[in-house]
Structure formats: structure tokens, C-alpha cells
Design a protein around this ligand. Sequence first.
Ligand code: HEC
Ligand code: HEC
Length: 221
Amino acid sequence: MNKLLLTVFATLVASVTTVTAYSQETKGDAQAGEKKINLCIGCHGIVGYQASFPEVHKVPKISGQDGKYIAAALHAYKKGERKHPTMRGIADSLTDQDIADVAAYYESSGVVAGAAAPGKAAAGSSKAMELVAKGACTSCHGESFSQPIDPSYPKIAGQHSDYLFVALKSYKTENNPMVGRGNAIMGGIAKQFSNAELKVLADYVGSLPGELKTVPQAKFR
Ligand code: HEC
Ligand code: HEC
């Protein structure tokens, strides 16, 4: 190798090392996380708990969700990419370590050891299947809607459908200081559909068996 190539190679190695060091995530500890969820259980630890903003809907199930997605969502609230005011306030009060710990806790919470991963989702109405095909939903969320191709993408099978509907609409909402999610991927997808179509999608995905749960916790505190 000549000297120039060597230099280029050395620079590449150095920059790759820097990128790796930078992107190395804060490691979460589920046990530490369990001690940090007092702030969460008043909503996410009560089965069927209803939120009233921006419309009445159940708070999302987060037990059994992938920790990488939970952490990504909390960072998005903290940065204001997700505008939901209550969750922004809560995420703001968490350090990066807190986020990693509660994410690790909820990923393992309510998980049944040895449970079979859900298979290909059963078909819904022809309208629902047409919309699923148009949005290529399974190419990212998986054939079961519960095995996303990347752990920072959510499991959505069996999530509350009224929440899924609110979430899908929020990807379309722009120029509203209180409502909206600035995710480029889901923004592009949600905007292809009318709200009535998003409702059909939300009802179908919410009806599927999945791994997400609300683990009741209030009574233990
Ligand atoms: C006052 C009720 C309330 C409390 C307390 C609360 N949440 Fe939430 N949470 C919500 C609501 C409502 C949403 C849906 C927000 C939206 O539409 O983006 C949500 C969304 C989330 C999401 C995104 C879920 C998804 O599928 O994208 C995560 C993750 C989350 N909360 C984690 C937490 C954690 C961790 C805590 C405690 C540190 C907490 N929440 C405390 C009500 C609450
Ligand atoms: C190219 C990949 C991709 C495709 C295709 C895709 N999604 Fe997503 N989806 C994502 C990612 C990434 C997120 C997380 C976005 C964020 O962080 O807010 C997401 C988030 C969601 C959420 C929010 C979940 C929650 O817990 O808040 C819903 C609902 C959803 N997708 C439904 C769908 C539906 C229905 C389709 C098909 C019409 C679809 N997605 C197609 C990648 C995709």
C-alpha cells in the first residue's frame, strides 16, 4: 500500500471508531428501571386507563414492547419531535440512563418465557388488507405486526386500536404545537391515507394477537 492509501485507510478506521464510540448506547438495567417507574404506573400500570388528549383513548400498552423503541420514543418526546405535552414533560424529567433503565424494565415486563412468537397475522376485511398492502405495513412491522425488522420500530399487534388511530393521525398533523410526531418514515406513510382509512387500519392491527400488555402495578405500591 502506498503512503496516501495508508493515510486514507487510517483516517477511515479512526472515523469509524469515533462513530462507534459515539453511537454506543447507554446500557439499560431492568432492575434499576423497576425502581424508576413510579412516575409511569399511574397511567401505564392501570388496565384500560383513558387519556383525554387530544381525544379520549386508552394509554398505550408498553410492557413487552422492544426496549430500543421505548427508548427512541422517550428521546423523541424529550427532543420535542413527538409533541404530546404530558409525555414531553415526563420524558424531560428523565436522564439518558433513566430512559435506558425504564426501557429495559418495560421490555422484560409481563413477558412469558417460552411463549411462541405470533405467526403471520390472520387476514382482516378486504378493505383492511387492501390498505395494508398499499402501505406495505408488514415490510417493516413484520408479518405478525409484532416482529419489526428493526428493534427501534414498534410492535403494534394488539395495541389499543383507539391509541393506534390517534398515533397514526398524529404522523399526519403539521403546524400544531401540541399534537404531532415528526417521524419521516411514518409521516410519509400516514399521509397516503384518509382518517377513515387510518381507522380501518387501526381497528385491524388492534384486533390481532400480540405481545404488548398493560401489567397492573398500582396495587403493589
Ligand atoms: C399522565 C399519564 C401518563 C404518564 C404518567 C406516563 N405516560 Fe407514557 N404515555 C401516555 C400517553 C397518553 C401516551 C400517548 C402519547 C402520544 O399520543 O404520543 C404515552 C406514550 C408513551 C410511550 C410511547 C408508546 C408508543 O407506543 O409509542 C412511551 C414509551 C411511554 N409513554 C412511556 C412512559 C414512561 C416510561 C413513563 C414514566 C417514566 C410514562 N410513560 C408516564 C400517558 C402517560
Ligand atoms: C418503512 C417502514 C415502515 C412501514 C412501511 C410502516 N411503518 Fe409504521 N412505523 C415505522 C417506524 C420506524 C415507526 C416508529 C416511528 C416513531 O418513532 O414515531 C412506526 C410507527 C408506527 C405506529 C405508531 C406505534 C406506536 O406505538 O405509537 C403505528 C400505529 C404504525 N407505525 C402503523 C403502521 C401501519 C398501519 C403501516 C401500513 C399502513 C405502517 N406502519 C407502515 C416504520 C414503518
